[in-house]
Write a protein that binds this ligand. Structure first.
Ligand code: UT7
Length: 329
């Protein structure tokens, strides 16, 4: 007889990693000034809340950052890599065109055999990956998953474009998600609207042994900003309602960390107090798919987020994509 399906998936460990090279706004401004690009700590802090970001060394790949975050999550979950039966890496800055960063990570973890694949939903990537892993666990396709968001956005930044290059950073965050009869992930929801593909994109591609088109990030910041605040509020309300909860029941709001103004506006629109908001954008910049699991891990390790707390994760980004996960830790 088949074992009964688990009612829930549950996070049993978190981990994260930031590459050691930390640049403050002043450091970055000084670097850009050498090429005649003007920016300032004042502008960046006022418009975004960002004070510093980390950049990976040239020889360090996405899977290297993912590996350390994954090892830390496995340790926190008291779990051996060999017992993992699913690896999902959310990234838009993979090591290679293929194989997937998840397969490269599996090799670096020294395990083999389990399912491993990447999810590409840009800054919503971690919420997408967590939703897929939750669904696979609840349908019995996996019992213990490593879900990771990892990015080296510094590789796709145009350092002659001050409107984008000051915003992003590198890093990785990971969780171990296990089958459980106690909550757990309570509600998930994902969306995309391909009508907005052009407002945030890296339009280049590889063809015939050459890079065709522009392989650097382009963003219409104001268009992204306007869409982001609306969809984050809607999807957050929707998962709260699906779970039969209210915004008051949420202990911590962990949105994608793109801009402090978006984070604060989303919190206010949800009528949640600002002290329930986890903020890491000030120290990390926007790390795309890595930002939510990085913020989650910092909240846990810093002692703010405690076992049993109710967490609302909400992502938004290129595609245009957005989604949310409500869970009890
Ligand atoms: O991860 C996916 C989600 N991404 C986001 O959520 C990003 C959303 N968008 C944003 O966060 C904001 O739109 C930005 C931070 C990107 C830009 O802020 P803004 O308040 O919309 O500024 P703006 O684009 O309207 O630019 C205002 C001024 C311009 O100068 P003028 O035309 O007023 O003379 C820009 O040229 O600021 C200038 N500017 C800068 N000045 C100094 C733009 N970038 C810089 C810079 N340093 N780095």
């Amino acid at each position: 007889m088949n074992a009964p399906l688990p009612r829930y998936s549950r996070i049993t460990g978190t981990g994260s990693y930031l590459p050691p090279n930390r640049l403050t706004n002043d450091d970055l401004a000084a670097q850009l000034a050498k090429d005649g690009i003007e920016t300032s700590d004042h502008w960046i802090v006022e418009r975004t809340g960002i004070r510093a970001r980390h950049f990976a060394a040239p020889e360090v790949c996405c899977s290297d950052l993912a590996l350390v975050a994954a090892q830390r999550a496995l340790e926190a979950a008291d779990c051996d890599a060999a017992s993992i039966d699913l690896i999902i890496v959310a990234t838009s800055t993979p090591d290679m065109v293929f194989p997937s960063t998840a397969c490269l990570l599996q090799q670096k973890l020294g395990v083999h055999g389990c399912a491993a694949f990447d999810v590409q939903a840009v800054c919503s990537g971690f919420v997408y990956a967590l939703t897929v892993a939750d669904s696979m666990i609840r349908t019995g396709a996996a019992r213990k998953a490593l879900v990771i968001g990892a990015e080296v956005f510094s590789r796709i930044l145009d350092f002659t474009d001050r409107t984008t290059c000051v915003l992003f950073g590198d890093g990785a965050g990971a969780v171990v998600l296990e089958a459980s009869d106690t909550p757990g992930v309570l509600a998930t929801e994902l969306h995309a609207d391909g009508r907005h593909v052009n407002i945030l994109c890296v339009p280049g591609t590889v063809s015939g042994g050459k890079v065709l088109g522009d392989p650097l990030l382009k963003m219409d910041g104001q268009a992204v900003f306007k869409l982001a605040v609306g969809v984050l509020e809607d999807v957050a309300r929707s998962v709260i309602e699906k779970a039969g909860r209210t915004a008051d029941d949420v202990d911590w709001l962990i949105p994608h960390q793109a801009n402090i103004r978006i984070l604060q506006s989303t919190t206010k629109r949800l009528k949640m107090p600002l002290d329930k908001l986890i903020i890491t954008v000030d120290q990390h910049g926007n790390t795309s798919a890595a930002s939510i699991p990085l913020a989650l891990d910092e909240g846990v390790r810093g002692g703010k987020i405690k076992p049993g707390d109710s967490l609302l994760l909400a992502g938004v980004g290129g595609g245009f994509t957005w989604g949310a996960v409500l869970l009890d830790l």
